[in-house]
Design a protein around this ligand. Structure first.
Ligand code: SF4
Length: 285
């Protein structure tokens, strides 16, 4: 079977940096906590936990003065404040591109109502919203626009600043931001497409590959927003799209009489997982 892996597959720079720095931390043999999953990938987390990293769901689980990793998605402002109060040593691995969005919304909130396009429950979006302040709203889909507009109307602001979750689909950002602009008739809308270029390149490649391959395999964590976006894009063109996290999830019966498969992997997928999937597919009879 011919198996082609998209060249933009695997760790993005933010995840690469977070995993590298976390690896360095576990080597110091000091107690190290990570607030939430470091990356959306169970294999990476298991490996770090075996080396001593402790994943916690909240800061209450950590004693004062200990060391804690803040992951690439970023954390809300209140979490930083709580960490300072607990005198925790913060290893801040927030991706630089996410930090730029925090700074932008923090600055723009003086004069603008802030709209964040993205998943309401995604950690990156929750973090960005906290920096955007009171006069802000997260729009996940068209159904949220009216509520956002009503909130905007209750402010004295006339400008709207629109940003997006870094991993959302580029075409969805364009569609949703235009829809917002159309509905916020009296407002001056500033659209800032904050989608990460690593995400855009990967999505573009998924689009191209899915036009060429009838069968696509998307590798990534089940909770990974960027992996879900890749699957959605591939489904627009490809006949068979299979989403898996590891090679063990490959079902042989799905690949009977298939002679070409395209693979693309999300930003939290390690090189080894991609290799394992590639080799397993190549060796299918
Ligand atoms: S997808 Fe982009 S913004 Fe998100 S962690 Fe990776 S490099 Fe940073």
């Amino acid at each position: 079977m011919e198996v082609i892996v998209g060249k933009n597959s695997g760790f993005c720079s933010g995840v690469k940096n977070a995993v590298k720095k976390a690896e360095e931390q576990v080597l110091t043999n000091q107690k190290i906590y990570c607030l939430g999953e470091l990356v959306h990938n169970n294999q990476v987390i298991d490996s770090l936990e075996k080396k001593g990293m402790i994943t916690v769901n909240n800061l209450e689980q950590i004693d004062n003065g200990e060391k804690v990793i803040f992951r690439a998605h970023g954390e809300p402002k209140e979490i930083y404040e709580l960490a300072y109060r607990k005198k925790l040593e913060i290893i801040d691995l927030t991706c630089g591109k996410v930090k730029i969005i925090h700074d932008k919304v923090d600055k723009q909130k003086e004069n603008c109502f802030i709209i964040i396009l993205g998943e309401k429950k995604h950690p990156e979006v929750i973090g960005t919203k906290s920096f955007a302040g009171e006069n802000s709203y997260v729009i996940e889909n068209e159904d949220d626009i009216l509520d956002a507009y009503m909130k905007f109307e209750n402010t004295s602001l006339s400008k709207v600043y629109i940003v997006g979750q870094t991993t959302m689909s580029s075409s969805y950002f364009d569609r949703l931001s235009k829809e917002v602009e159309k509905n916020f008739i009296e407002a001056e809308c500033i659209i800032d497409k904050t989608i990460c270029n690593a995400t855009e390149l990967r999505q573009e490649e998924a689009r191209k590959m899915s036009k060429d391959f009838h069968t696509m395999v998307i590798i990534g964590g089940k909770n990974s927003a960027n992996t879900k976006a890749l699957a959605k894009i591939s489904e627009e063109n490809s006949k068979n799209v299979y989403c898996i996290e590891t090679a063990d999830e490959i079902k042989e019966e799905n690949f009977i009489n298939i002679d070409r498969v395209g693979i693309i992997a999300g930003a939290s997928t390690p090189e080894q997982s991609i290799e394992d999937v590639k080799n397993k597919l190549k060796n299918l009879k």
